[in-house]
Design a protein around this ligand. Structure first.
Ligand code: SF4
Ligand code: SF4
Length: 382
């Protein structure tokens, strides 16, 4: 049964600056959207659901995640209703709904978010200081700087625990989203395991690694910025793993490889985060006219991750131990903040979008191959 909630738009309005009540349902936005397709028309469908307060329909619509907020619909809306802004606000709303225990709501409330980020940073800092080794000999310092103070063993073990917690939380959230989207179809998705696996691999290659749907948006610079952010972060993660594989699992990876990867992907991450920060400061493009605090926190955390990692390397080689050490502390706190909150913040787009694309692509394929499934897909597309 569809639940209608007239207060829905008011709640979503707190997460954006759109004026969807100005919409007169002309459909221009859906016609102009480069990512809208037959069977997955948006954003007008989501606008209607929102105005009618059909919350369940909104959070179970995969189309929510097919939008990359290129802003072309907003630029051409004759009523300045900002449909792109609504789509973004709905994604913020959906992130809260998909999160286990609705924890994500904390990060979308300014005061609660500021309090939570402060507490998390303090926990990380106190943890690091507690496990610090203050008695370092001169030779140790020379050989193993800056990890003579905060041992690599501690960072390795803490990183593993953090990784397990984050992956577990992300999987629970993904399951909640999966259930939500599945319920949007009139029948449970079927099809062979092979088909689901094949489509998963294709989604990972096309829409995670290459983000091909994004290339349909007019502004190609934004695509490059988005790819830089994504690959910058993934590359730095790989660079860190290579270091651990060498230090703890005796896998012969030359240190120069980790260093080279760190520098290249660090530059990419800094470029990508700066690109979006400058865009949001200048407010020239539709996507940047309104910035929610979660947009800024996400960009700052990514930027600080990249810049501190980069400066650690530079100061280390230039022989500034104090600066290197302070930056290492800041870097570890920032990375902790970024990762522990990843399943609840804008970072979670990285997991929700691929899941939505994978599910909708597979459902569409099932519908094409088995006519009996057509009405199941049609149900979500109305
Ligand atoms: S949001 Fe604007 S373009 Fe879209 S249907 Fe409403 S009035 Fe038309
Ligand atoms: S912001 Fe871009 S992708 Fe999103 S609905 Fe509007 S036109 Fe489509």
């Amino acid at each position: 049964m569809v639940r209608v909630d007239p207060s829905f738009v008011e709640r979503v309005k707190k997460l954006g600056a759109f004026d969807i009540t100005a919409c007169y349902n002309c459909g221009n936005c859906t016609a102009i959207c480069p990512l809208s397709s037959e069977g997955h028309e948006f954003p007008r469908k989501l606008i209607r659901y929102s105005i009618l307060g059909m919350e369940n329909k909104v959070i179970s619509a995969p189309e929510l995640w097919l939008c990359y907020y290129c802003g072309e619909c907003t630029d051409t809306c004759p009523r300045q209703a900002d449909p792109g802004g609504l789509m973004m606000a709905l994604r913020r709303y959906a992130i809260s709904k998909y999160s286990v225990g609705k924890i994500a709501r904390i990060f979308y409330d300014k005061v609660a978010a500021a309090f939570s980020w402060t507490i998390l940073s303090l926990i990380a800092l106190i943890g690091l200081v507690m496990f610090m080794n203050p008695n370092v000999s001169a030779s140790e310092m020379e050989q193993n700087f800056p990890f003579c103070f905060i041992g690599k063993e501690f960072i390795h073990d803490a990183g593993l625990v953090l990784g397990v917690i984050v992956v577990a939380l992300a999987l629970v959230n993904l399951y909640i989203m999966y259930r939500s989207i599945s319920l949007g179809y009139s029948r449970r998705a079927k099809g062979s395991v092979g088909l689901w696996v094949k489509n998963l691999v294709l989604t990972l290659i096309r829409e995670v690694a290459a983000q091909l749907k994004y290339t349909k948006c007019e502004n190609k610079l934004r695509y490059i910025g988005h790819m830089s952010l994504f690959w910058g972060f993934v590359g730095l993660f790989i660079a860190t793993i290579t270091g651990f594989l060498r230090d703890y699992y005796d896998i012969m990876i030359p240190p120069e490889v980790s260093l080279g990867l760190g520098v290249i992907f660090g530059i990419l991450l800094i470029y990508g985060s700066l690109y979006y920060m400058v865009g949001r400061f200048s407010k020239k493009e539709a996507y940047a006219k309104y910035s929610h605090h979660t947009d800024w926190v996400f960009l700052w955390l990514l930027f600080l991750t990249g810049i501190t990692g980069f400066l650690i390397t530079i100061f280390r080689f230039m022989g500034y131990p104090f600066l290197t050490y302070v930056l290492l502390l800041v870097h570890l706190v920032v990375v902790f903040d970024l990762l522990i909150t990843a399943p609840f913040t804008k970072f979670s787009h990285a997991i929700y979008r691929p899941l939505a694309i994978w599910l909708s692509d597979t459902m569409d394929q099932l519908a094409r191959e088995a006519p009996g499934e057509k009405e199941a897909v049609a149900e979500v597309s109305q």
